[in-house]
Each structure stands twice: as C-alpha cells, then as structure tokens.
Design a protein around this ligand. Structure first.
Ligand SMILES: [Zn+2]
Length: 290
C-alpha cells in the first residue's frame, strides 16, 4: 500500500512570467492529507485558492488556466508545475504565487522538478489514491486523439507531427516514474511555431518569451539558444504536458495513455472524463460500504 506524499519543506522559484513578462515568484508548500493540489494567489486580497481540477479549467488556448469563479483566484500555465508534482508522486501541496502566471524558467519542467526534489518528499499517514479507468476513455478531436486504458502504472505513448520540422513525425513512449521523468521528460522545452508567435505578440502576449524559454519552429528549422536536448524534444514535451494535464483529474494516475498530436484542449477534456469517472467510482465505493 502506497502512502500519500507531500513536500518535506517548502520550495521556492523566481523568474519571468511568459505572457505578462512580469517578475513572478512561486513557492510550493507541504499540505494536509487528502487536500490535493491547490494554487493560492497571495497577491490578491484574502489570498484566494483554486483546486487543480479539470472542472476548474477555464482556458486551454495557450496553456492550461484554472480559476475558482467564487473567489476570483485565477492561475495561468499550471501544466508544467502539475507535471513535475505528478512525476514526483506528490498528492498534497499548495502552490503559492504572487501573480497570475508562474515563472516560465527555461520552458521545461526541469526547474520545478528539481526544486521539488531538493525540498524532499514526506510520506503521510494515509493511503494514496490512484485513478485507474475501469474502461477505455477516448477523446476524438479529429487530428488529435487521446486514449486512456486501465493499467497498474502510468505509461504514455505519443506521436506528434509538425510538417517541415526536422525529425518529423516524432514518437516516444515510456513508463513514467520519477526516475524516468527526470531523465527523459523534465528537460524537454516548449516549442512554438513562428507564425503562432507573430500572432501571440500582436495580441500583446508572450512578453516574457525569449530564446531562453522556448525553441521556435520556422520553415523547417528549429531556432533555439542551445542545441536540442533530445532529437525528439517536441514529442517529449508533449508527453510532459500530458503528465501535468491528466493530473487535473484530482489524483495520481495509473493508466496506459496513447496520444496522437495531443494538446491542452483534448488533454483537459480527457482529464474531465477521468475526474467524472473517479467521482462515480468513489460514489460506488460509498454505496458498497453502506
Ligand atoms: Zn508545455
């Protein structure tokens, strides 16, 4: 029986936010058993919080945004933090932020993954709950397809395609553990297509974007400061995003996921179906006990 986990000490990171370009500070704090992952806006009056759940997702266009409409807490781009927490097997944590966006760091989950690792993990006195689907769940979004099937571990296979890009299409598959994640996924950076970037800049977004925080795909070439960290870095980043988005079902995931050209909209749709199924499973367990 695996126990729930939280952080042993608080973890701290400061840097530039991707869209606003503002300085942002983030702290991840230990939390009580059964409290899950929540984000707290310490810069707003009353320090409102929002639970990291698919049912609280309000925008998926340029990352995963969650909000609690009752108290005004809104947080952008939670996926890389959620991914690093999921990979470490953290069940309970409070992520404090002093603005609506976390520091983007190098566009990967590595800084978050490392800060949690350095803080250390603490086993808590309660059994960990894993979500496992009792049947296959399937999201068919045309070119994008995402499937989760029952499994006793988290394993993800993924294919992406960016036409004209070197190493296209890209495929990667792995069993996600803290160890494999640190080695194979954490360092994979955000990619943005040049034409999308022009549009985002025109909309006044990505003010904090730079070649420190992303690689740009332009006319078949990849533009970035350092060389690629992996030849198939794009598909690894997509898997890293998935690890974060499916964690929005409300607990750690045991499932076999197959994803074709995934993105936040369909990932979150799947996480929503998982969250619903988990509520049904919990209700049935309740009824079974009565
Ligand atoms: Zn991402």
């Amino acid at each position: 029986m695996e126990k729930q986990k939280t952080l042993r000490a608080s973890a701290f990171l400061s840097g530039i936010a991707l869209h606003t370009g503002a300085r942002a500070t983030l702290r991840i704090l230990p939390a009580e058993v059964d409290s899950g992952i929540s984000f707290c806006r310490v810069d707003l009056p009353g320090r409102p919080s929002v639970r990291a759940l698919a049912s609280n997702v309000v925008d998926v266009r340029r990352g995963t945004t969650i909000a609690d409409r009752t108290n005004g807490a809104i947080v952008y781009t939670v996926e890389h933090i959620m991914s690093a927490l999921h990979a470490h097997g953290v069940d309970n944590a409070v992520v404090e932020m002093d603005g609506m966006e976390p520091p983007i760091a190098d566009g990967s989950a590595l800084p978050y993954f490392e800060m949690i690792g350095e803080a250390g993990l603490l086993e808590q006195d309660r059994e960990a709950h894993f979500f496992t689907p009792d049947r296959v769940l399937f999201v068919d979004g045309g070119a994008t397809k995402v499937v989760i099937a029952p499994s006793d571990k988290l394993e993800i296979s993924c294919v992406t395609s960016f036409a004209g890009c070197p190493f296209d299409p890209q495929f990667f598959a792995l069993e996600v553990t803290a160890e494999s994640y640190g080695r194979e996924l954490a360092g994979a950076r955000t990619f943005v297509q040049y034409n999308d970037l022009k549009q985002l800049l025109a909309m006044g977004l990505v003010k904090g974007g730079s070649l420190d925080a992303a690689a740009i795909i332009h006319e078949g070439a990849i533009i970035c400061k350092e060389s690629l960290r992996y030849p198939n870095e794009i598909v690894r980043h997509k898997i890293m995003d998935l690890v974060g988005d499916v964690f929005l079902c409300g607990c750690r995931v045991h499932g076999s996921i197959v994803a074709v050209k995934p993105g936040h909209p369909r990932n979150v749709e799947l996480a929503g179906m998982m969250q619903k199924m988990m509520m049904e499973q919990l209700n049935n367990q309740e009824i079974g006990r009565k």
